[in-house]
Design a protein around this ligand. Structure first.
Ligand code: SIN
Length: 279
């Protein structure tokens, strides 16, 4: 029987709103399969107007895989693996373009956020399509990047936390090497896999070359043509593919903003020439 799910694209490049499904209740296998296909196609799925308890958010998210343990924990999580992103001053450390915790060897495959409390204005989240960012490069540039690896670590994050006097109940330090161009394990599409928070250097280049190439890439991946902007409403949820997108939390509010986040376990990133190795 066909489900009542409706998929409404939000832009021509990334994102869709999903209607006709109640994600607070157990979902049938066919609906989960449809959502997974929609996630692969649109990368970011937005669900409106459905309040979720932490357990309901967990039960929905676990349809896509096991829940990842975060590298940062601010307080005791309401359910295992849940991060409570609570901010009153807009500086959440997520106000730089990133994919979540690429400093670990096996970064998450998906993220799921649910809006619990919002400022009266502002606090949007932006997402960008890294397949489109890769495709927009010239062929010689794509060929050059295809063979490179990058070191991702928690150094920049730690420096920023120190500068802003931020502390967490738990934060682990880690470092991993990933391909600069990642091949999506399900779609086979290539995407740029670098970000502002975690990518420290490109291993096969000199210090100066690495700095320039990374600077170029970080600017390129932020181009507005690859983006969508999620305007939160109370009880909006978003599920996104962490393997082919980056995201950014807009720091433009002064009131309390609380989001609950879960991440889904991924697989080790594979490049065009297989697994990345340290240079
Ligand atoms: C995140 O970076 O995972 C959270 C994004 C947000 O707070 O909008």
């Amino acid at each position: 029987m066909a489900s009542s799910l409706r998929i409404v694209p939000l832009t021509g490049v990334i994102g869709a709103e999903i209607q006709g499904v109640n994600i607070a209740e157990p979902l049938d296998r066919d609906v989960v399969a449809e959502l997974r296909q929609a996630l692969l196609r649109h990368q970011v799925l937005v669900f409106r107007d459905r309040a979720l308890t932490p357990q309901q958010q967990y039960d929905f998210t676990v349809n896509f895989g096991s829940i990842t343990e975060g590298i940062i924990e601010a307080a005791k999580p309401p359910v295992p693996g849940m991060t409570v992103i609570h901010s009153t001053n807009a500086r959440t450390l997520n106000d730089q373009w990133h994919t979540d915790q690429t400093s670990v060897e096996v970064p998450p495959m998906a993220g799921m956020l649910h809006a619990v409390q919002l400022p009266s204005v502002g606090g949007d989240t932006l997402f960008a399509n890294m397949v489109a960012a890769y495709d927009a490069l010239t062929e010689p540039m794509r060929d050059f990047l295809d063979g490179l690896t990058a070191t991702h670590n928690t150094q920049l994050l730690t420096q920023r936390m120190a500068a802003e006097n931020k502390t967490f109940a738990r934060m682990s330090q880690n470092e991993s090497v990933h391909p600069v161009v990642r091949v999506h394990p399900e779609t086979g599409l290539k995407s740029l896999f670098v970000c502002e928070i975690y990518t420290a250097r490109i291993n096969e280049l000199s210090e100066a070359e690495s700095r320039s190439v990374l600077q170029f890439l970080i600017r390129h991946i932020q181009s507005t043509e690859f983006q969508m902007r999620l305007k939160w409403e109370l009880h909006t949820s978003v599920l996104w593919d962490e393997r082919s997108t980056i995201h950014y939390a807009m720091p433009d509010y002064k009131e309390t903003r609380i989001l609950h986040r879960l991440m889904v376990d991924g697989t080790r990133p594979v490049g065009t020439r297989g697994l990345a190795r340290a240079a």
